[in-house]
Design a protein around this ligand. Structure first.
Ligand SMILES: Nc1nc2c(c(=O)[nH]1)N[C@H]1C(S)=C(S)[C@@H](COP(=O)(O)O)O[C@H]1N2
Ligand SMILES: [Mo]
Length: 518
């Protein structure tokens, strides 16, 4: 007699196992910071009620993540065994389970702030692999079982077919599983190197003194629920780069070279950098692709050495007007020389919000330049500064139709009320953030239903290089309302009203939010 239920369950386990491994490998290659398994794990952590989290931590301590992963592995195994049995009983039943499973993985990936379009390849790969293997194995099993309907052990050739298929799948699973573990450990090496780094204290900072326990300068943050945090947590910070695989850079071998139109080429190592007097500044980054009202902006506390100091060591030739910064991944940005040499604090940054740069944000070293969009300035995993001329060299995005120069445009966003919100009648608080990096925000105005512009209250700006919170309390009647905001910078320029697409040098227009007063 053939133990068909056992073999069907084994087929399910092999199929789902291979699918999971395939998905993790695809993610390791395409979007290492979001894999289906890690995304499901993180999503579970997110949705767990705080009480359960506290309980898990008190019971398992630092092993809580491991416990979560083991629990997930057991659950996945049970579902996989069931999928095999179901598929054997009824064609497609097991595959349906796999599809639902893939859907859960996809949703989890979508819930991750770091996910990008390529992150979705992994759950699809996982589901496709699992479905193909499941279908093939169950088909072979059926042939074998049919050949043994007389109560025998079936036809030897059909038996061999199935067992060879299953054995092959097990071998592939073992081999790729080992490969996947290898990939994981190469990433965790960077994580270890990163956590071993002790950043020096800044010699100069605009952050509040440590004894205050706060990282927000006094008066800079308004007490309005739902408004953007003045200082963006690194985990929530938008991420934009062309790297399909996050560059893995060993700080021990990293160096930054200054080349091109200089008196002498210079090179500094990571240890050199940490031994220099580092300064700390809040700087708001913005992506040129940010649409009106979009979220591709963030404000962080950066620790670094002024770029101008390094350029001074190399001695910039008078004919130069641009610095082409190059990343280990081949990305380049073309920054006007003056933005790197004038009084503004363009930084060779090693720290973000008090920690070494997160790997996705350029570990171990990146550039941060106040006042310019990221694509012309904020090179992550930076390895070379080539001093050159706009007439002679073009950067990554400038060869793809984006403007050569990218000063950030004066802009603002409405955070509250949220679009389509229903708010109680009476005093309605409209609030958000405004930015005009390096010029500074002078004022923010809001208007309702296209009416007159009214001054909003502005929090104390941290500096001209950071965004600034605003709020306005408006008396509104019941019904549908539309609110808009506009920023005025300290050069007197007013945020423009006419809509302009992000390409080629940044979006323009007023963020418009419609909500209902009840
Ligand atoms: N190496 C590298 N650096 C890069 C990019 C990139 O694609 N590759 N993108 C730039 C762009 S377009 C922006 S807006 C900022 C985003 O920085 P963040 O991901 O830390 O927010 O990084 C810049 N630095
Ligand atoms: Mo960007």
């Amino acid at each position: 007699m053939i133990r068909r239920r056992t073999w069907a369950a084994a087929a399910g386990a092999l199929a789902v196992g291979l699918g999971v491994i395939g998905g993790e490998l695809a993610a390791a290659a395409l979007s290492p910071s979001v894999t289906p398994v890690s995304a499901v794990g993180s999503a579970v952590i997110d949705v767990l009620p705080p009480g359960v989290k506290d309980w898990a931590i008190s019971w398992f301590g630092a092993a809580d993540k491991a416990v979560l992963l083991v629990t997930m592995a057991v659950l996945i195994a049970v579902i996989a065994l069931a999928a095999g049995v179901l598929e054997y009983r009824r064609a497609f039943a097991g595959r349906a389970v796999v599809i639902v499973f893939g859907g859960v993985g996809t949703l989890a990936v979508a819930s991750r702030p770091q996910s990008s379009l390529v992150s979705f390849v992994a759950p699809v790969v996982a589901a496709v692999v699992a479905i193909l293997v499941l279908t093939a194995l169950i088909k072979a099993l059926r042939v074998w079982v049919r050949s043994g309907e007389d109560g025998s052990t079936g036809s030897p050739s059909a038996r061999r077919r199935f067992l060879q298929g299953a054995g092959g799948a097990a071998l592939v699973a073992a081999a790729t599983g080992a490969a996947a573990t290898g990939v994981r450990s190469s990433q965790s090496t960077v994580a270890q190197q990163r956590s071993a780094i002790r950043l020096p204290a800044p010699t100069e900072t605009t952050a509040p003194p440590p004894h205050t326990g706060s990282f927000v300068p006094e008066g800079a943050e308004l007490d309005v629920p739902g408004i953007s945090d003045l200082v963006t947590a690194s985990d929530d910070f938008y991420r934009i780069d062309t790297a399909l695989v996050v560059p893995v850079v060993d700080p021990a071998t990293w160096s930054l070279r200054v080349t091109g139109l200089v008196d002498r080429e210079v090179e500094i190592t990571f240890d050199d950098l940490l031994a220099l007097p580092l300064i700390e500044r809040y700087i708001t980054l913005a992506c040129v692709s940010n649409t009106v009202g979009g979220d591709l902006t963030g404000n962080a506390r950066w620790l670094g050495w002024p770029v101008r100091e390094l350029l001074a060591r190399a001695g910039v030739r008078p004919e130069a007007d641009m610095v082409l910064s190059r990343s280990v991944d081949g990305f380049t940005a073309g920054t006007p020389l003056e933005a790197l040499t004038d009084a503004r604090d363009a930084l060779i940054a090693v720290g973000m919000n008090g920690e070494p740069l997160p790997v996705e944000h350029g570990f171990p070293v990146r550039l941060v330049v106040p006042g310019l969009y990221g694509y012309v300035s904020a090179t992550k995993w930076v390895s070379e500064l080539e001093v050159t001329r706009f007439a002679d060299d073009k950067a990554y995005w400038s060869t793809r139709g984006w403007s050569e120069r990218g000063p950030v445009k004066t802009s603002s966003r409405v955070d509250v009320p949220r679009p389509n919100a229903r708010v109680p009648a009476g005093v309605v608080v409209v609030a958000g953030v405004a930015w005009a990096q390096h010029r500074g925000v002078e004022a923010v105005e809001v208007r309702v239903n296209g009416g007159p512009w009214q001054r909003a209250t502005l929090a104390r700006p941290i500096s001209a290089d950071t965004w600034c919170q605003y709020s306005a309390a408006l008396e509104l009647e019941a019904g549908s309302h539309t609110v808009q905001s506009r920023a005025v910078d300290r050069e007197g320029d007013v945020q423009s009203e006419a809509f302009v697409d992000p390409a080629p040098d940044g979006a323009e227009g007023l963020h418009t939010v419609t909500f209902t007063v009840t």
